[in-house]
Structures are given as structure tokens and as C-alpha cells.
Design a protein around this ligand. Structure first.
Ligand code: IPE
Ligand code: IPE
Ligand code: MG
Length: 241
């Protein structure tokens, strides 16, 4: 008989980041429009976020829309934006029940005023919750994040608020979208692709990556358990011996 995996008894990582990929292929396999895949992907996100809360994960960062995803058809982009709006409205409605704290990473200035308003409201109204924080990456690109941080930092130097000679890694990290959030210990990419696609380059220099063959709409608690078990089997050295 199979022995229980001791790694599942260990506490989960405090911060898990997920590249929610494979919605289009999931839909294609079923002869459905890509937008149907994104709807199913939104369900997978709800399932996974709830399960993270049950496990006691403190931060869940999800890649929902990249700075490169604007290359897709107007119809697909509009479908994704509509789903995001719907999700945020629901999240606002259920806020008192779910106690999820929301943060948004990315350049929100390119989103519609309505969506931006929902993001701001979700962030503001959930600021005091402390069970689990979901960081939604919307119009997020890692290089764009670093560039925006560099610009903000340079402005502070020009204004005499910062001294370039005393800049440290943590001092610079305070200018990133992820300011105040610990780096993810674990990054999961479903869909079978083995690349990072501009996701959290600064924050993941020592993260453990788990690439999985499941498509995101099929992801759930069992897949998260498997990824966490794999994480616990890794030997993290951080450059030490
Ligand atoms: C991820 O699924 C969702 C977004 C990038 C918005 P995809 O839409 O990239 O799905 P695949 O990779 O085409 O299967
Ligand atoms: C990464 O997936 C972005 C999100 C999941 C939001 P993509 O599907 O855009 O990445 P590539 O094109 O396969 O690298
Ligand atoms: Mg994809």
C-alpha cells in the first residue's frame, strides 16, 4: 500500500505564485471559444484561492493578464476584461464573507476606468483583512514593473528624497508593485510551457519552479497539493554549500 507522503504534512509555503496558463487549449480541446476557457479558468482561480486560504497560505500571486496579452484579438481581450470585472464585482459583494485582501500588480492605467475603479475599491475595502492576500497581476510585465520602479526612484533622487549612493536591494524593492510582499517560495506554471513569460523576474530569483502538464481550468486542490509536495522535496541552498 502507498505510504502517506510526509511532505504533505509540512506547512505550505507562505507565498505561492501561479501563471494561470492553458485556458485557450482547454477550450480548443472541447471545440469551445477561447473565452469559454477563460471562464473555466476563473473558476479554477476561485477553487485554488479558497484552497490556499484553507491551507493557510498567506500570499497568492496570480498572473491574469500580461503586458504582451494585448496582442490577442480585440474580442478575446474584451472577454477577459469582462470576466475580470465580473470577478471583482463578486469579490466586492462577498468581501465580508471571504476576508481576502486584494492587491494589484501591473500598470493599471491601461485598463478601462470602470475596471480600475473596481480594483481600487477592492484594494481599499479589503486592506484590513489578514488571512490571505491575493495579488492580481493585470497588465503586468516584469520588465515594465522594474522600469516603472526605476522611473519612480529616479524622480525621488531628482527631488532629493533618495541618495543613489545608499540604494540597497530592499530599498529598491520598495518601489516595485510587490513592495512589502515577501518573495514567492513557489511558482507554479500549468499548461506544459516551461518559461516565465515576463512574470516576477525580480521576486523569483530564488523561487522553486514547478511546471505541470495540467491545463489551468483543470487545476484544483489535488494539483496544488502535488506542487507543494514537489516544493518540499527540493533542496533550497540559496547559493550556500
Ligand atoms: C492563460 O491562458 C490566460 C491568459 C494569458 C490571459 P491562455 O489563453 O494563454 O491559454 P493557452 O496558452 O492559449 O492555452
Ligand atoms: C502568460 O501566459 C500570461 C498569463 C498567464 C496571464 P501566456 O500564454 O501569455 O504566455 P506565452 O505566450 O505562452 O509565453
Ligand atoms: Mg498561454
Amino acid at each position: 500500500m502507498a505510504q502517506p507522503d510526509p511532505s504533505t504534512q509540512l506547512p505550505p509555503p507562505q507565498h505561492i505564485a501561479i501563471i494561470m496558463d492553458g485556458n485557450g487549449r482547454w477550450a480548443k480541446k472541447r471545440g469551445l471559444p477561447r473565452t469559454a476557457g477563460h471562464s473555466a479558468g476563473a473558476e479554477a482561480f476561485r477553487r485554488t484561492a479558497n484552497y490556499c486560504r484553507t491551507l493557510g497560505v498567506k500570499y497568492l500571486t496570480v498572473y491574469a493578464f500580461s503586458t504582451e496579452n494585448w496582442k490577442r484579438s480585440g474580442e478575446e481581450v474584451a472577454g477577459i476584461m469582462k470576466l475580470l470585472g465580473k470577478y471583482l464585482q463578486e469579490a466586492l459583494r462577498d468581501m465580508e464573507k471571504n476576508h481576502v485582501r486584494f492587491r494589484f500588480f501591473g500598470d493599471l492605467s491601461r485598463l478601462s476606468p470602470e475596471l480600475r475603479q473596481l480594483c481600487e475599491e477592492a484594494q481599499q475595502r479589503s486592506g484590513a483583512y489578514h488571512e490571505v492576500q491575493v495579488n492580481f497581476c493585470l497588465n503586468y510585465g516584469g520588465r515594465d514593473e522594474i522600469l516603472r520602479a526605476v522611473k519612480a526612484y529616479a524622480q525621488d533622487v531628482a527631488a532629493g528624497k533618495q541618495d543613489v549612493n545608499t540604494l540597497t536591494e530592499s530599498g529598491f524593492a520598495a518601489y516595485l508593485d510587490s513592495a512589502g510582499v515577501p518573495d514567492p517560495e513557489l511558482v507554479i506554471r500549468p499548461s506544459g510551457e516551461m518559461r516565465v513569460s515576463n512574470f516576477l523576474p525580480w521576486q523569483t530569483v530564488y523561487s522553486e519552479f514547478v511546471f505541470m502538464n495540467v491545463l489551468w481550468p483543470d487545476f484544483g486542490p489535488a494539483e496544488l497539493d502535488a506542487a507543494i509536495a514537489e516544493y518540499h522535496r527540493r533542496n533550497r541552498r540559496f547559493g550556500g554549500a
